[in-house]
Design a protein around this ligand. Structure first.
Ligand code: 26Q
Length: 744
């Protein structure tokens, strides 16, 4: 820390001296910082050599905790943005929550998921600097707490610029009540402290599903109150009380609707400084922008008015005011009654956060082209009709520092040798320069590196999971959060179908493949947990069949996290991105795998579409219904008819209920079977179109499998993907935000 102190201080002053951006996010999925920071400082290789020379195992880094203050895509995107902004000297700093426990650790027992608390701070947190001089008091209807900032340096790659991630921790106003203690009321003496600390006790483990819990709302307000108070205080220190320049000097980006109460919070604070509501409103509108990350209805946030009022009544009053203002605006627009109803911020006794975030912001953006189009056409169409100029697309990206240079030094060196420089670590667009060099010789060299990375992963998996994999096999990878819409079940069924077809002789020339899964299910998500168990049952069936020894392996890795990802991405041949068209906002794992030279086996969805635009259909395996096809069939889709008429589909589906696989205690396989064939009271049969896409998926999967036989040609496809991955750097994304949206 001492080594960077001066640059950090200088950067803080610099960020404070002109227009700046504050990224507000409830999640940051940071992973391991030590290797990343050494890499940014350009001393990683040196340090490893020094350690080796002293006989210290560099694998010691492995024992260091992954910082998992996030669930998945949205949290990792925030971390990539910090890295890219710091590297490219964009004056951006983050605000987040310092959860005591991050995303749970997953244990698999008898094929089923169990959760263990992630006590990431137990050996201390050397990368966090506590700032007792910058605390903020946060007031709820029933509670007052102190927000204590912990600052983490975000070290840009090969630059002096260091950004700050400010993580807020909730503590009691008064550490301990001695009065109560002396009166022998021990429990009450500590209860205030515990109650205060509960606010940042734990990260909510759901991804893409909204849960309207009181404590979650407290977390959100805690973050926003602390962050906004801090920003305003800082503004006053530098520029005084003249708020007319506030929006010109500060932009705040909302990472989904989770920090949306920052909007009424800013208005509240400005009103406290005697600004009239309308003036405060306009400053807020100019300051904020909102990124949407999902179109799934179950993930859209809306809070019950009664609950909301009982936690933050003063914020509620401001939202009522904002809604009144909205109605004044809408009155002037001659809209029909239903449209006005749909746009209400307070609707049906609920506060619809996306409506609030859209109304009071400069820009709204989606995270891939198709996603932004769907926002404009469906989810936010009423808003698009009135404010088309507010809508933008910002296709996601990933940082090549972590997801190429750090995790795959072999491939990095290979590219650097071809290009004659490693400038692509700061400007990924130049990897395109390897295209003219794609030939038999480089394809063979690439295949050697890939094999080496597969062997490294196989060693690790053998140690961790006890399953032996051969680096001669194709590595077919699906790693991401477990969700029905991500269709891990379709993948498992396809593997079973391959297995049965090999057994009955229908499939004869299958190229040996290791199917690798990694996924955490939200603890309360029964079906997702059932799918994990089913994958593990398929794995047991396949792996214990002597006939499959040299043909197939199935592994579900335990506790898939960022550090595991960094081992898996470099070893992948095939990247499974198989959500039904129109459901995955973007995806970012698809980009990580592409950059490491995997071909995409995927649907026409999210950023897959742009991956194909860049790398070509001929270098990937695209299958399945498109958005417009689904639109057409959706009203008379009959999966039961497919099941009845297709013996392959019937056979794999029946494995869910015929005892071939050992079901969970609560019969989740039967429930999955029924949900696909018959639906339930809350959804139609097979609402993720597994059976509709099944045969098209099988065909694409087997085509890839067969193409691999000519591994030199296959490696050329991989290289074409790497060469085309330039636009998927989060450097490109953050620079677009800076230019087109923040104007910094
Ligand atoms: C909301 C309310 C209460 C509790 C939890 C939540 C919650 C938490 C996390 C809702 C959603 C999330 C996370 C969503 C997410 O990760 N979305 C993903 O974002 C990626 C980055 O843009 C995209 O690439 C993925 O397509 C999208 O699924």
């Amino acid at each position: 820390m001492a080594a960077i102190a001066e640059n950090w201080h200088k950067s803080k002053e610099k960020h404070n001296s002109k227009r700046r951006v504050h990224y507000f996010s409830a999640e940051y999925l940071l992973g391991r910082m030590i290797t990343n920071n050494l890499n940014s400082l350009g001393i990683l290789k040196e340090v490893i050599q020094l350690l080796e020379a002293r006989g210290i195992d560099v694998n010691l880094f492995e024992a260091i905790e992954d910082i998992a203050l996030g669930n998945g895509g949205l949290g990792r995107l925030a971390a990539c943005f910090l890295d890219s902004a710091a590297t490219h000297e964009i004056p951006l700093d983050g605000h987040g929550l310092r959860y005591k426990y991050g995303l749970f650790k997953q244990q698999i027992k008898d094929g089923e998921q169990h959760e263990v608390a992630d006590d990431w701070q137990r050996f201390g947190t050397p990368w966090c600097k506590r700032r007792d001089d910058s605390t903020v008091e946060v007031t709820f209807a029933d509670q007052k707490v102190i927000a204590v900032p912990y600052d983490m340096p975000i070290i840009g790659y090969m630059t002096d610029n260091i950004s700050t991630l400010r993580l807020w921790q909730s503590e009691a106003v008064q550490e301990f009540d001695f009065q109560l203690f002396n009166n022998f009321e021990y429990e009450q003496a500590v209860s205030e402290k515990n109650k205060a600390e509960n606010i940042t006790r734990v990260l909510y483990p759901n991804e893409n599903s909204y849960e309207g819990k009181r404590l979650r709302l407290k977390q959100q307000y805690f973050l926003c109150c602390a962050g906004i108070t801090d920003i305003v205080r800082n503004f006053i220190k530098t520029y005084g009380n003249d708020f007319s320049r506030f929006a010109e000097l500060n932009a705040i980006q909302l990472n989904d609707t989770h920090p949306t109460v920052a909007i009424p919070e800013l208005i509240r604070i400005l009103q406290d400084y005697n600004l009239p509501f309308d003036v405060a409103f306009e400053i807020a509108r100019k300051t904020f922008s909102y990124t949407n990350h999902t179109i799934m209805s179950e993930a859209l946030e809306s809070w019950e008015v009664e609950l909301f009022k009982s936690v933050i009544p003063n914020i509620y009053s401001i939202i009522v005011r904002i809604n009144e203002k909205l109605n004044m605006v809408l009155e002037t627009k001659s809209l029909d009654y239903e449209q006005i109803y749909r746009m209400q911020i307070i609707q049906d006794n609920r506060i619809v956060m996306a409506n609030l975030a859209t109304f009071v912001s400069s820009y709204v953006n989606g995270v891939a082209q198709i996603h932004t189009e769907i926002l404009k056409k469906n989810v936010l169409k009423d808003w698009y009709a009135i404010y088309p100029e507010r809508f933008q697309n910002k296709t996601n990206g990933i940082t090549q520092r972590r997801f190429l240079s750090l995790c795959n030094p072999e491939l990095t060196d290979f590219i650097a040798i071809i290009l004659g420089s490693n400038d692509f670590i700061k400007d990924l667009s130049i990897v395109e320069g390897i295209k003219p060099f794609i030939n038999d010789a480089t394809a063979k060299e690439f295949a050697t590196i890939k094999k080496q990375k597969k062997a490294q992963l196989a060693d690790f998996i053998y140690k961790r999971e006890g399953v032996k994999l051969s680096s001669e096999f194709i590595f077919d990878i699906q790693v991401k959060r477990l969700h029905e819409y991500k269709r891990q079940l379709m993948n498992a069924l396809s593997i079973l179908n391959i297995y049965y077809q090999i057994k009955d002789g229908a499939l004869t020339d299958f190229t040996p493949t290791a199917f690798i899964f990694g996924a955490k299910a939200a603890p309360g998500y029964k079906r997702a947990k059932g799918i994990i168990k089913f994958i593990n049952e398929v794995a047991t069936t396949v792996n214990s069949d002597p006939l499959m020894q040299d043909l197939m392996r199935v592994v579900f890795v335990e506790n898939y996290n960022l550090s595991y990802a960094e081992r898996i991405m470099p070893a992948a041949d095939v990247s499974e991105q198989i959500s039904p068209a129109g459901t995955e906002a973007s995806g970012t794992g698809n980009m990580k795998l592409m950059l490491n030279g995997a071909v995409t086996l995927g649907t026409y969805d999210g950023a897959n579409i742009e991956i194909i635009q860049q790398a070509g259909f001929e270098n990937n395996y695209i299958f399945g219904l498109r958005v417009e096809d689904i639109e057409k069939i959706k009203h008379n889709y009959n999966p039961k008819a497919l099941y009845d008429s297709d013996s392959n589909i019937k056979r794999v589906m029946d494995s869910l209920i015929n005892g071939a696989m050992q079901d969970t205690q609560d019969h989740s396989f039967t429930e999955l079977y029924n949900s696909i064939l018959y639906g339930t009271y809350w959804h139609r049969p097979d609402h993720h179109y597994i059976l509709a896409d099944f045969n098209s998926y099988m065909e694409a999967k087997l085509k890839a499998n067969n193409d691999y036989k000519d591994w030199v040609e296959f490696s050329k496809k991989c290289l074409m993907n790497i060469a085309s991955a330039g636009m998927f750097s989060s450097d490109r994304t953050i620079i677009q935000y800076a230019k087109e949206l923040w104007h910094v």
